[in-house]
Ligand binder design. Structure first.
Ligand SMILES: Cc1cc2nc3c(=O)[nH]c(=O)nc-3n(C[C@H](O)[C@H](O)[C@H](O)COP(=O)(O)OP(=O)(O)OC[C@H]3O[C@@H](n4cnc5c(N)ncnc54)[C@H](O)[C@@H]3O)c2cc1C
Length: 472
């Protein structure tokens, strides 16, 4: 029997998974990648160690709280049901990648890495598996346009016109990623393909990034890493005209603690996160900031005021802290304020709190009033900074927005608009939290799209089945 020809545009995480999946299911696969090498972003994941999934995804009830969408979050649930955490571990073990599990403070889940602690070993295993299944890779391939023709009621022909050649296939999988970290190749150019085929686009905004904050004091505390609880707060109204035009606010979900469809449009005012906060020259970064950055991105875009409240001592209640500071006032009465927090709080943060409480370093600790203690308590437990911007796509790990998730069949990843056209990865309007969730999305969608593109025999009825579609 003639092999089905499948073209994949984009040789990143989802494209590689789709290539292996399609080839293992009997297709003749060609991957077209516009940069000189495949898997560039994959190499930089997890600080070069590749956090490729997360044990939290074992429990479907917990899984969905880590995925978000501006259009339709239910796609994520169905996709993860079809190819989830266990399937991912099984797949990677089969191609030689053994998992290593890591836990971090303030997070019960276990982050999964390759035992080698090298992202390069994940890329190598995928590439080898693709090579062993005769996948053809064409790099430095600049694509001009893609044409779709219905050759019969049940078959398609795609023609991908590139700089030096035209490539034909029976099915096409688009895996071109989002806008985050464009230096790795995912520069947003891939959104042109689904867009020209009539798909609705949402976004695009950076996620899993740092936040630029107002305050000249950041220069003095840059480099400090401190375990904190942060609360992102935003004003309830922004620029109404903008909100209406962009339909962003209508689709913002509340804290994702259930399997609820996001269409219920709850707008919550704050999002919390814990972990090691990094103070930088421009503001704040680190995993707790990444986790709330998508909400900051959206809120800033629609003109809301955004603030982060930092709790520098999350394990101590305000009452306990007050008692402790009272006690220190007596214990350390013969010293100056310079040493009040010594051994309790990071030196640079101590200096900041003392300064913000309008207390001179040379002041004798015995001089502290109850009001001074209250003020320092409040500064430590709820230090407030105004957010001015995100650090943008150059420094982001993920994209908010993409192809409307409601326009994709979750069982096959096939377009609901164009037959035999499939999508996988970050270019779909689903974004995950930091912690292995985005690569899991790439593996799940890639595996499903690859298999469906290779195997699908029976096509469902499309309304405009005999119309030709040309993408420019
Ligand atoms: C620094 C960093 C660290 C990260 N760490 C983690 C982590 O530890 N765990 C985790 O889960 N996620 C992590 N992520 C996110 C994760 O890497 C992405 O979500 C994931 O790679 C998306 O896979 P993808 O296949 O959709 O896109 P990509 O991996 O971005 O691949 C897209 C590919 O398509 C190519 N392409 C784009 N446009 C075109 C075009 N027009 N024509 C041809 N080819 C095109 C690109 O060059 C690229 O090779 C990280 C991201 C960054 C930036």
């Amino acid at each position: 029997m003639k092999k089905k020809k499948v073209i994949i545009i984009g040789g990143g995480a989802s494209g590689l998974m789709a290539a292996v999946s399609a080839a293992e299911n009997g297709a003749e696969v060609t991957v077209l990648e516009h940069t000189a090498a495949i898997g560039k972003k994959l190499l930089s994941t997890g600080n070069g160690r590749c956090n490729f999934t997360n044990s939290e995804l074992k429990d479907p009830k917990k899984a969905l709280r880590h995925y978000h969408s501006l259009s339709d979050r239910s796609l994520a649930k169905k996709v993860l049901d079809n190819f989830g955490y266990d399937d991912t571990l099984k797949f990677f073990r089969r191609i030689g990648v053994e998992p290593k599990f890591r836990s971090y403070a303030y997070d019960d889940s276990r982050y999964v890495y390759p035992m080698s602690d090298q992202a390069s070993s994940v890329l190598r295993a995928l590439k080898l598996q693709a090579d062993m299944n005769n996948v053809r890779f064409i790099t430095s391939c600049n694509i001009y346009n893609v044409t779709h023709i219905n050759t019969s009621p049940s078959t398609s022909l795609f023609v991908v016109n590139a700089e030096n050649a035209a490539y034909r296939s029976d099915a096409l999988i688009i895996c071109t990623g989002g806008n985050a970290a464009p230096k790795t190749g995912s520069d947003g150019s891939g959104f042109n393909f689904p867009c020209a085929f009539g798909h609705t686009m949402w976004g695009f905004l950076p996620s899993l990034c740092g936040l630029k904050c107002h305050g000249s004091f950041f220069k003095a505390i840059k480099g400090v890493r401190h375990d904190c609880r942060i609360k992102l707060c935003m004003s309830s109204s922004g620029n109404e005209e903008f909100e209406e035009k962009n339909r962003l606010q209508r689709h913002m979900e509340g804290p994702a603690d259930n399997f609820g469809f996001i269409g219920d449009n709850k707008l919550t005012e704050s999002y919390e996160s814990f972990g090691e906060l990094q103070f930088t020259e421009y503001g704040i970064s680190g995993i707790p900031v990444f986790q709330v950055s998508r909400y900051a991105s959206i809120a800033l875009k629609i003109g809301k005021t955004v603030r982060v409240i930092i709790d520098m001592m999350p394990d101590t209640s305000e009452e306990e802290l007050k008692l402790k500071l009272d006690e220190r006032r007596e214990l350390l009465a013969d010293r100056t304020m310079e040493y009040f927090f010594n051994g309790m709080l990071n030196d640079k943060l101590s200096a900041l709190v003392t300064d913000m409480a309008h207390l001179k370093p040379q002041l004798g600790i015995y001089c502290l009033t109850d009001e001074d203690i209250d003020r320092m308590c409040r500064l430590i437990k709820s230090f407030s900074v105004n957010v001015e911007d995100t650090t943008g796509f150059d420094n982001a790990q993920c994209t908010v927005g993409g192809i409307d998730a409601g326009e994709i069949d979750p069982d096959t990843m096939e377009s609901e608009i164009i037959p035999d056209l499939f999508f996988a990865g970050e270019l779909i309007d689903v974004d995950g939290d930091c912690g292995g969730y985005n690569l899991q999305w790439a593996w799940s969608t890639g595996a499903i799209a690859g298999k469906s593109a290779a195997c699908r025999q029976k096509r469902k009825i499309y309304p405009e089945i005999f119309e030709n579609n040309v993408m420019e």
